[in-house]
Design a protein around this ligand. Structure first.
Ligand code: PRX
Length: 660
């Protein structure tokens, strides 16, 4: 293996797309239709963004109830797309599909224990309608918020679509988050209804949800009703008058339900993501632009055709699942695979077995998963016939060339183009990625999608695009699935994205553009960690630590990790009189898992007597990080307590418990 990879790596690292892929691609058809000859010409023509996105509306078959009067209204930092259009995304994702593709399978779903459900568009339509009627009966109206804490079962997309259908705003909370994280999100959104399940299967265990939610529901006065899907037969407490079984509430509901006619710019959902302060940000997306953005990228980048079997392995609790398991594929009338459980259960070939069984043609996953499988060995994918695959994709973090090559060779059999897609919760849709016609450079997300304008700026706002120099990745024009704000946090919206450069969207990522115009994303600039492709705010973990009675202060930093990308390291100052030991360390890790979710559990904790601070008292995470990595911490003379650097150094050198 090593030899082949070495030779692949020597190829100058340009991989031209297979001719057959190019010839039959959706993007090539689009170009032919408009007399566009080359990739460069396509990017050039799409600089007329209104023209391009109007073409995309036709390309993905968007069906407005009332046509827009205007394509774009850009009053930075606020955007509106398809102004005046009456619309509901569910009309395209479901109602239209139930007419056109009634008997086509929308989801092939597999539960971790091996149970299988195949749901056609006709059935999905019916189930969404019944559930939407039930929500209406519970008094859910346009604009009301509904929090959904469901695992990867078909009821998750059904619940989302049912909310959207009646004009309610869904706020999905990842089922791996803790009940405390759930509570924060319920409170911020002031949700009226919670939809959850008794539990789900993961790694051979049952993970309870509803009984855990009970622990926080008393603190959530906005919640009027709780609807619980019975998945695992877990004994579940049901509070009379508040809690209802899903299976009961849909039983007698009619199969038809009128779709609420919305404005194209009305809010479709809120999805919380981590930021630089402890409180998560509620990113807002709207019906119309989002629909066009997710469907167009999926059609042109992943080249989906009528007979493709698409599998995006993300969890719907993240933006990737919202856009590319729920809305994008449904708008294109695609058949998607969806899986409930752990990728390595019962054996490390679970995914590869499913790709073979369902003849998956296009597969989209994360670099962290690829690195994990790489470590488990290629014998696992080699047990299976993966020859149906024709395209692959990744998302969530930069993919290191070794993982890229492994994916290319052992999953794609050296014949599949790999779409390294760069985007964010805020962008809603993939913004940078190869197309089927783009030559690849492993590790680069290549170029912006047509109609998307990105650049790399220096701190003064000068473009570094011709200089191959590192700077700040920015987006210089609006795009249809652009966030519409942060839920009830206008100032934060402006400060986070629009205060670095005037009228230019600041992504928070560092990048460089090479001599061929290819973008190389170098990671986050702000204090946000990327653990297994998921964003976790350093300060979120710090707040969780400090909420423990033994902790007085904490600094959380990221450390490069072979599989997860980054691991979480915490420097902790204990309250006086409390002495550090291994037991306390474990209980702090557990505490964070309970406060935020397992994903945020620190990998290492170092107890220290002091942390480096500025004169205004701000903890200098960067100094902690440099010291931990054995790097020069830079100028520390401006610190209020430069001696704390030695303390941190000592702790990092000697491991967890130190007397200093
Ligand atoms: O730092 C970038 C990284 O993930 C961040 C967005 O995280 P989130 O909102 O959780 O969404 C993840 C799924 C879309 C970005 O700011 N990121 C995402 N994709 C890539 C990436 N970094 C490099 N290459 C990518 N392909």
């Amino acid at each position: 293996m090593t030899e082949t990879i070495a030779s692949l790596l020597q190829e100058g690292r340009i991989y031209n797309p297979p001719e057959e892929l190019v010839e039959n691609s959706n993007v090539k058809k689009f170009m032919d239709k408009h007399g566009i000859k080359t990739y460069e010409e396509l990017l050039e023509r799409a600089k007329d963004i209104e023209w391009f996105w109007n073409e995309m509306v036709k390309e993905v078959g968007i069906e407005w109830y009332k046509e827009p009067e205007k394509t774009l209204e850009w009053n930075p930092p606020y955007v509106k797309w398809f102004i005046g259009a009456e619309y509901n995304i569910v009309n395209d994702a479901l109602d239209r599909q139930a007419r056109l593709r009634k008997n086509k399978v929308a989801y092939i779903w597999e539960g971790e224990p091996g149970d299988i459900r195949k749901i056609t568009y006709g059935e999905l339509h019916r189930e969404v309608n019944r559930f939407a009627n039930a929500l209406r009966e519970f008094g859910v109206e346009r604009g009301d918020r509904v929090t959904i804490w469901l695992p990867m079962i078909p009821e998750l997309p059904i619940a989302m679509l049912a909310c959207a259908k009646i004009g309610a705003i869904h706020s999905v909370v990842f089922s791996g988050f803790s009940e405390k994280a759930l509570l924060d999100r319920i409170l911020d959104a002031e949700a009226k209804i919670l939809i959850t399940a008794d539990g789900f299967y993961r790694g051979g265990n049952v993970i309870e949800l509803k009984n855990r939610a009970d622990g926080v529901l008393n603190d959530a006065p906005s919640i009027e009703k709780v609807i619980v899907y019975e998945r695992c037969n877990v004994p579940t407490n049901m509070k009379e008058g508040r809690d209802y079984w899903w299976q009961d509430v849909v039983r007698n509901q009619p199969k038809e339900c009128e779709t609420e006619v919305m404005d194209a710019n009305d809010i479709l959902f809120i999805l919380y993501t981590s930021g630089t302060t402890g409180k998560p940000k509620g990113v807002i997306h709207a019906h119309g632009g989002y629909a066009v953005g997710v469907a167009a990228t999926l059609k042109l980048i992943f080249d989906l055709k009528e007979d493709d079997i698409w599998w995006c392995s993300a969890d719907i609790g993240w933006i990737t699942g919202h856009s590319y398991i729920v809305y994008g594929p449904l708008i294109l009338g695609t058949t998607s695979v969806m899986y409930e459980g752990s990728p390595t259960y019962p054996k490390p070939d679970r995914w590869w077995e499913m790709i073979e069984k369902y003849a998956v043609t296009v597969f989209y996953t994360a670099p962290t998963a690829i690195r994990m499988f790489m470590r488990l060995g290629e014998e696992w994918p080699q047990k299976h016939d993966l020859s149906t695959l024709r395209l692959l994709g990744t998302v969530g973090e930069p993919i290191n060339p070794e993982a890229w090559i492994w994916y290319y060779k052992y999953i794609g059999n050296e014949k599949c183009q790999i779409m390294d897609t760069w985007w964010q919760t805020e962008t809603g849709m993939q913004l940078m990625s190869p197309l089927p016609i783009t030559p690849l450079k492993p590790g680069s997300a290549t170029k912006p999608f047509p109609g998307v304008e990105a650049d790399v700026y220096d701190p003064d706002g000068n473009s570094l695009s011709k200089k191959n120099a590192g700077g700040f990745l920015v987006l210089t024009k609006p795009w249809p699935a652009m966030l519409r704000g942060l839920w009830r946090a206008e100032e934060r919206y402006i400060n986070t994205y629009w205060s670095t450069y005037k009228d230019i969207y600041f992504t928070g990522d560092a990048a460089r553009i090479d001599e061929d115009g290819y973008f190389w994303i170098q990671g986050r600039l702000d204090d946000v960690l990327n653990v297994s492709g998921h964003r976790i705010g350093n300060s979120e973990v710090e707040s969780a630590l400090v909420s423990h009675p033994a902790v007085s202060e904490a600094a959380v930093v990221g450390k490069p990790h072979e599989i997860k990308g980054e691991s979480i390291v915490a420097f902790v100052v204990l309250r006086s009189g409390i002495s550090p030991d291994g037991k306390l360390m474990d209980s702090l890790k557990e505490h964070v898992a309970k406060e935020i979710g397992k994903i945020a559990r620190p990998d290492e904790i170092y107890f220290v007597s002091d942390l480096p601070k500025t004169r205004s008292g701000k903890i200098m995470r960067r100094v902690c990080r440099s010291v931990m990595l054995g790097k020069d911490p830079g100028d520390i003379s401006t610190l209020a307590n430069p001696e704390a650097v030695e303390v941190v150094k000592e702790a990092a050198k000697f491991g967890g418990v130190t007397s200093k």
